[in-house]
Design a protein around this ligand. Structure first.
Ligand SMILES: [Zn+2]
Length: 121
């Protein structure tokens, strides 16, 4: 897999985790005492932010900026293509692209919504 694509996928999952940890609802759904949970959560959040920093430092700045803009717009910066369909905007990819034997070897974006995409199977 393209190393930048790999980093973007890692960044997306860190951002999703951070969002979870920072949401009240998620905290309340975990069955531990309040004071214990506050400490655990803040440690987890610090750890996730550190990991995120590392990933961001290794990404080309233009790609990171675009990722951030996509997240502001769609709440995500990268999406899988599932059965030839973009999981962000549900556009069907041209069959020539879908049937290529080699995928995920370069950074690609959805021609419709512009999100970074990776291919599942
Ligand atoms: Zn799309």
């Amino acid at each position: 897999m393209d190393p930048i694509l790999e980093m973007l996928i890692a960044l997306e999952s860190l951002d999703a985790e951070l969002e979870d940890f920072e949401s009240e609802e998620y905290r309340n759904s975990i069955n531990i005492t309040q004071s214990a949970s506050d400490e655990v959560f803040s440690q987890q959040i610090d750890k996730l932010k550190e990991l995120r920093e590392e990933v961001v430092r290794s990404l080309p700045i233009a790609i990171y900026k675009r990722y951030q803009r996509l997240r502001e717009k769609y709440k995500r910066g990268v999406a899988p293509v599932v059965n030839g369909i973009c999981a962000n905007c549900f556009m069907e990819f041209p069959s020539a692209l879908v049937s290529r034997p080699v995928k995920n070897k370069s950074l690609e974006t959805c021609p419709n919504c512009g999100i970074y995409v990776y291919w599942t199977k």
